[in-house]
Design a protein around this ligand. Structure first.
Ligand SMILES: [Zn+2]
Length: 396
């Protein structure tokens, strides 16, 4: 049920100038035309799954309006609308929506990779690994943060970062993982050094993208103790990390599955910081460009772009009511239940149209690869017991 609240929208007058400022700050071109890409009609061998954390139409269209650029989103031949509610809340958090996007199952806010009864569920990354595909996860948050974690980890609370790191160490399904969060490996409460343990288990562990042996089949790049810095500081880390991972994963004969997250669109929107939000959107768009360029050349790669939820209750208003000078206005520091968009290109992309729930996306990805979605994502793992913990739905 929706409660209608008639409340004056909170906005910051300093942001009125943003559109003009952003025109001057982001004058570089990403070289994008709005022509739809040509389609192919066979099975996908590779999948690149891109998630813009906190990104709905206001973030996408606002970034276009603020910069005067047509972003890559306009090039995707198929798009649809995605609802995001969780099993516990009309407004989801990133772990519940991430679990829906990775495992095709609803869960309660706060839970990672398990159903509401704490039964672990299989992720699309794990299914793909079982098919002989190589897998990758590339983010700008901790690699143990909710969105990356839902692809390889099962914990009842998203804040169990030390446990998530340990599950990554032991994962035989992840080939490449790139992002921040090194502290959960080398400054742990249990005193263990998971970086050494990873090396002993056959991982190569790097702290920067420079000097990576892309022929190596299992490596982690833990490029910062905490989250990666915001885009103004980290530069082209995300598009470069995506290129690096593609070099490794595309060597695999049976193909690959890769998830890439624009993690910090959400961070900027929690802070009502529209300038950083636009910069993070442009960084994500540059990363989309890398994925689309690869997919166009390859011809066997499905690219799916979506979001876990909207953050900030962002809208574009003319505060004078003249319908002429739109500016950014955030209405909350939290998430909202606004639906998000999905965009797709490549084999099987024609399924990604109309109105769908976030739990349906994984099935469509598996179908595009010629896999039986029902069989591949069976709810329980025979070898895993339910994990019982007190559930806390508060945002971590
Ligand atoms: Zn999120």
């Amino acid at each position: 049920m929706v409660t209608i609240v008639r409340k004056k929208m909170r906005y910051d007058y300093r942001k009125y100038l943003l559109i003009i400022l952003l025109f001057s700050s982001f004058s570089f071109s990403v070289g994008v035309s709005a022509q739809p890409l040509p389609q192919t009609a066979h099975r996908a061998k590779n999948v690149i799954y891109l998630i813009g954390d906190g990104m709905s139409l206001p973030q996408i269209y606002g970034a276009m309006l603020a910069t005067g650029q047509d972003l890559s989103f306009k090039q995707f031949p198929y798009s649809g609308i995605v609802t995001t509610r969780s099993a516990s809340n009309e407004i989801t958090d990133s772990s519940a929506s991430g679990t829906a996007l990775s495992c095709g199952k609803k869960t309660k806010n706060g839970m990672v990779g398990m159903n509401p009864d704490s039964i672990p569920v299989k992720s699309v990354l794990e299914v793909m690994a079982e098919q002989g595909k190589m897998t990758g996860v590339v983010v700008t948050s901790y690699v143990t943060h909710a969105t990356p974690a839902v692809f390889y980890s099962k914990v009842p609370k998203r804040s169990f970062y030390d446990d998530i790191a340990e599950q990554l160490l032991n994962s035989d399904k992840v080939n490449v993982i790139i992002g921040g969060g090194r502290k959960y490996f080398n400054q742990r409460q249990d005193g263990r050094n998971l970086i050494e343990e990873m090396q002993n288990k056959g991982w190569k562990v790097y702290d920067t993208l420079a000097g990576i042996d892309v022929a190596c089949r299992k490596y982690a790049v833990l490029a910062n103790q905490g989250h990666m810095p915001s885009v103004a500081m980290r530069g082209d880390f995300l598009p470069n990390a995506t290129k690096t991972a593609l070099q490794t994963l595309s060597k695999n004969e049976k193909g690959f599955f890769m998830m890439v997250e624009g993690s910090q669109i959400d961070f900027a929107c929690h802070e009502s910081d529209s300038a950083t939000m636009v910069a993070e959107m442009l960084d994500f768009d540059k990363t989309l460009r890398v994925a689309l360029d690869f997919a166009q050349k390859d011809g066997n790669t499905l690219v799916v772009v979506t979001a876990d939820h909207e953050t900030g209750g962002l809208t574009l208003i003319d505060p004078q009511g003249r319908y002429s000078s739109p500016c950014f206005a955030f209405s909350t520091h939290s998430h909202t239940c606004l639906p998000v968009a999905v965009f797709a290109f490549g084999p099987g992309s024609d399924q990604f149209t109309g109105w769908m729930d976030n739990t349906e996306i994984v099935g469509k990805i598996l179908n595009a690869c010629g896999l039986d979605a029902m069989e591949a994502t069976r709810e329980t793992r025979q070898d895993m017991e339910p994990i019982r913990e007190n559930f806390d739905s508060k945002r971590e």
